[in-house]
Each structure stands twice: as structure tokens, then as C-alpha cells.
Design a protein around this ligand. Structure first.
Ligand code: HEC
Length: 164
């Protein structure tokens, strides 16, 4: 009763100011949400580009598709370009799994002792070896695929949630 009486006695201008304050607080929150959602989408899209190019090479390496030196070289070059991009802004704090919808990134990425940067460096090195081998012949491509796949898996094992 007391609360209601107080509420009804508030001048209109106070209510208008309160509404404006709520709006002002709401806008930065919405912007932060957009940034978080965009960061998750960007890194997952980057991962999809890895998977796409790796798939081309994997098909040849396993004999499902005929080996073609130019196609293999292009896919290897794309993987290397992707792996050498500066993607630090994708890994926005506050976008771990459980913090941001759709994220499968483990919180360990942002914790002390995280070596995700080193694991990204390992992938970049593996793509350089792949680049040197992929356009030579099928045997060279096959030899470079193992270390590349291992570099993907090593990071996923530590930093990507998996239901398996
Ligand atoms: C340095 C760490 C790291 C490396 C290296 C890495 N990944 Fe990932 N990957 C992740 C993390 C973390 C996620 C989860 C991202 C999320 O959901 O926010 C992920 C997710 C993915 C996804 C799922 C994307 C989606 O749409 O949800 C695919 C596919 C993938 N990675 C493929 C690859 C392939 C292929 C390679 C190697 C060529 C690779 N990744 C190398 C860390 C890495």
C-alpha cells in the first residue's frame, strides 16, 4: 500500500527520466550481445573454412577423389592463409560455452595457463609443411596430412567442447 501510494505520487518527469535511464543502459548491453554473437559466428565460420579446405585434401589423400596438384596446392594455400590470419578478436572474453548461445569454446581458453595461441601456431606451422608438399604428388600430400589433422585435434581436445 505504501509502495503503491509512493509510486502514484511520483511526478511524471521522474518516470520519464527513469525510462530514459533504462533505455540508456539497455543500448550498450544490446551492443555487447551483438559483438559476442558476431565473434562466435566469426570463429565458427573460420573453422568451417578450415574443414572445407581440409575436406578437399582428405578426399584426395584417401583416394576418394583423383589427385590433382593444382587443386591440392590451392586448398593448402587457403589453409595456410587462414591459419596465418590474426583472429584474436574472435576470442572475445565472455563468449565461452554457457556464456554465449551456440558457443562450444571451453572456458580454459581464457584462463591462466591457456596455450591456445601456441596451438594456433602449431597449426600455422603444419599448414606451411602442407603447402610445401601438397602440389608435389599424392604421397607427399598424404605425408603432410597427419601432422595437420593432429594440430586441429590437439586444440579441439583442450579447448572445444565435445559430446563424444
Ligand atoms: C587453436 C585452436 C584450434 C585449432 C588449431 C583448430 N580449431 Fe577448430 N575449433 C576450436 C574451438 C575452440 C572451436 C569451438 C568454437 C566455438 O564454438 O565457439 C572449434 C570448432 C570447430 C568446428 C565447428 C565449427 C562450428 O560451426 O561450430 C570445426 C568444423 C572445426 N573447429 C574444424 C577445425 C579444423 C578442420 C581445424 C584444423 C585445420 C581446426 N578446427 C583447428 C579450436 C581450434
Amino acid at each position: 500500500m505504501t509502495i503503491l501510494t509512493t509510486f502514484h505520487s511520483l511526478p511524471r518527469v521522474t518516470l520519464a527520466l527513469a525510462a530514459a535511464a533504462t533505455l540508456a543502459l539497455g543500448v550498450p548491453h544490446a551492443e555487447a550481445q551483438d559483438a559476442a554473437s558476431a565473434a562466435v559466428k566469426a570463429r565458427q565460420s573460420h573453422m568451417q573454412l578450415y574443414a572445407y579446405n581440409l575436406g578437399i585434401l582428405g578426399g584426395m589423400a584417401r583416394g576418394l577423389v583423383d589427385y590433382d596438384a593444382a587443386t591440392a596446392q590451392t586448398a593448402a594455400d587457403n589453409l595456410s592463409t587462414l591459419a596465418h590470419m590474426d583472429t584474436r578478436s574472435y576470442w572475445l572474453p565472455g563468449t565461452a560455452m554457457g556464456e554465449q548461445d551456440g558457443s562450444n569454446a571451453l572456458p580454459a581458453i581464457w584462463e591462466d595457463g591457456s596455450d591456445i595461441g601456441a596451438k594456433a601456431g602449431d597449426l600455422a606451422a603444419a599448414t606451411e609443411a602442407l603447402q610445401a608438399a601438397a602440389g608435389s604428388d599424392l604421397a607427399a600430400l598424404q605425408g603432410a596430412m597427419g601432422p595437420l589433422g593432429a594440430a586441429c585435434s590437439a586444440c579441439h581436445k583442450s579447448y572445444r567442447h565435445s559430446d563424444e
